[in-house]
Design a protein. Structure first.
Length: 173
């Protein structure tokens, strides 16, 4: 796949119309059994008909039969890191032989269970390990640039590292 050729008209459009590059990604609740406090469904607006099931982590009472929201967060980072790496490799003309991304998030579930105000609620640290094997004969400097660029352009990685303002609006209707 010639990624540069694929992206050339997109880049031209964004140069001519910078506002076209501004996007909003929305995921919303999908219909699910409200009598089940341990499971939910969410759906991305970008893919009509697709629904992701999620549930509470077993450490807070969940059944462990579907991914919890923390798994989805770690999965978002792993997916973004791998797709970014693959796209950068394709753009650079570097052939990949193997890619493995592993993401681990640390959390103290006592915070979620409201056991102590001194324990934070949420993920307190994330480790992302990306292992890449490139075709023999690849210039080592180009391979190093591949990794640097994949890290530089991974949206989820940089969002988590830099943080973003999050507005939250809880209300009764």
């Amino acid at each position: 796949m010639n990624l540069r050729e694929l992206q050339a008209p997109i880049k031209r459009r964004y140069e001519e119309e910078p506002e076209a590059a501004q996007i909003t990604m929305t995921v919303r609740s999908a219909p699910s059994d409200l009598s089940d406090p341990l499971h939910c469904a969410i759906a991305p607006d970008a893919v009509p008909g697709l629904t992701w099931r999620s549930g509470a982590h077993p450490g807070v009472g969940g059944a462990g039969d579907v991914a919890c929201s923390g798994d989805l967060l770690m999965g978002a980072l792993a997916a973004c890191q791998e797709v970014t790496l693959r796209m950068v490799a394709a753009a650079m003309g570097i052939e990949l032989e193997a890619v493995e991304v592993e993401v681990s998030g640390r959390s103290d579930l006592r915070g979620t269970l409201a056991m102590s105000r001194d324990v934070p609620v949420g993920v307190t640290g994330i480790t992302c390990t990306t292992r890449v094997k490139v075709r023999d004969g690849t210039n080592p400097d180009r391979a190093r640039r591949l990794l640097e660029n994949a890290e530089r352009y991974c949206v989820v990685l940089n969002t988590l590292r830099g943080g973003v303002p999050v507005e939250s609006d809880f209300r009764l209707e």
